[in-house]
Design a protein around this ligand. Structure first.
Ligand code: T4K
Length: 381
């Protein structure tokens, strides 16, 4: 059995890529918002039903440029979740802003609006929610809170590319959404990012932020970074628009298969199913209650690893465990924040079409083996 990793890049046919690259080579215009890049932006705007879709070099630069474009006052605070990839909090810090952590909902694992409210101070400028594992934030409650307090609302939608809620594209929620188009993402450009917004007035600022603030040859009108996507990456994206849907369908089938295995055991939970939400099919999250299941998340991780099945403990450690944010509080309505309580119980299983029936059987066997120590069986013995 081949090793199985948590993610496997969706790649286009190499001959098709070559054909597109021949066009690029012929022009020698290989980056700086050129033809393939502009084509991909137009296609993404249509696909995601949002008027503004701006490409970036990574999900991280997309997040940074989204915040630069919103002109949040220097030193102001941005409330976010501690249960995320480091990029979310680091993008805030890199913009000269201060991340403030608010707790998560125990079911959805996304920002708890009441905890966010408790974290608001006179210095708060924005809320940055993360649709973690493709589970959608309580967008309506967060929007109402931001409207009441005059705050900007951003979403880190790195895991939510194909998501819809109640027929509305995830790309059109809040003030801006930032997506990662990294190789590990279902729709990917190898490295890349995307910012979407309904606010057409932001399009120019986003463009400036990703291109050093350059307005024209002689005018630099604001602070910006090099956040541009090259033609090579855009070409991969144009082709993957056609490659990713089949992979997404395969993952949907795999999710059903995993669900059957997981739900047969006490002490194991899957991701919450949200009404009126179309899942992105980016990650498959497993939640382990060690007392009920009879083994910990780490036990399961290690046993799978022994069989060369490499699950990942996303997102442990949480942000407040990192040296740079240690000691910062997690604003919560619970005495022990939910994020602290659940951080050692989360495991992302390999979730892509590279998982063969043998891999799935090996996972099922490993889980069943560990479940022999479950609370119910212990009580029955
Ligand atoms: N916000 C959130 C919520 C995010 O999750 C992320 C990124 C971002 C923002 C920032 O977006 P980017 O700036 O990265 O675009 C991976 C990804 O690199 C990262 O994009 C992603 N989230 C994160 C959840 O996963 P690592 O450190 O776990 O990657 P790595 O190298 O350990 O890869 C995981 C597995 O994927 C490997 O074991 C094997 C497989 N793999 C990986 C690569 C790179 C391949 O098969 N081929 C490959 O080329 O971060």
């Amino acid at each position: 059995m081949d090793p199985l990793y948590v993610a496997r890049p969706v790649l286009p046919d190499l001959a098709d890529l070559n054909t597109l690259l021949e066009e690029v080579w012929a022009t020698r215009i290989v980056t700086n918002e050129a033809a393939m890049h502009n084509r991909l932006e137009a296609e993404l705007s249509a696909l995601l039903s949002v008027p503004v879709a701006k490409l970036f070099s990574s999900g991280t630069s997309a997040l940074q440029c989204a915040m630069l474009a919103l002109d949040l006052p220097k030193g102001s605070e941005v409330i976010t979740t501690p249960l995320t990839f480091p990029a979310t909090a680091h993008a805030i810090t890199a913009c000269g802003l201060t991340p403030v952590f608010a707790d998560i909902d125990p079911d959805t694992l996304t920002l708890d609006p009441q905890a966010v409210e408790a974290a608001i101070s006179p210095r708060t400028a924005a809320v940055l929610g993360v649709h973690v594992y493709g589970t959608i934030c309580d967008v309506d409650a967060l929007q109402a809170l931001c409207d009441t307090h005059g705050l900007r609302l951003l979403f880190d939608a790195a895991h939510a590319f194909y998501s819809h809620k109640g027929g509305q594209s995830i790309a059109a929620m809040g003030d801006v959404s930032a997506f990662s188009l990294h190789a590990t993402k279902l729709f990917n450009t190898v490295e890349g990012g995307l910012v979407t917004t309904r606010d057409t007035a932001l399009a120019k600022r986003l463009g400036l932020a990703r291109n050093f603030g350059i307005e024209s040859e002689e005018i630099v009108s604001c602070v910006g970074i090099n956040g541009k996507m090259s033609e090579l990456h855009a070409a991969v994206g144009l082709l993957n628009l056609h490659t990713a849907p089949a992979e997404r369908a395969a993952r949907k089938a795999l999710r059903a298969c995993y669900d059957k295995i997981i739900l047969a055991h006490d002490g194991l939970r899957t991701q919450v199913i949200q009404e009126h939400v179309v899942q992105s099919e980016q990650y498959y999250l497993l939640r382990v209650d060690p007392e009920e299941f009879g083994a910990s998340r780490d036990d399961l991780y290690e046993r799978l690893k022994q069989r060369k099945i490499f699950a990942r403990k996303y997102f442990w450690p949480i942000c407040t465990d990192y040296e740079c944010y240690r000691g910062l509080p997690i604003h919560s309505r619970a005495q022990m924040p939910v994020a602290e309580r659940i951080k050692t119980t989360l495991l992302c299983l390999p979730f892509h079409s590279g998982a063969t029936p043998d891999h799935v059987e090996a996972m099922a066997e490993t889980i069943a083996e560990l479940a022999k120590g479950s609370k119910r069986l212990r009580m029955e013995a």
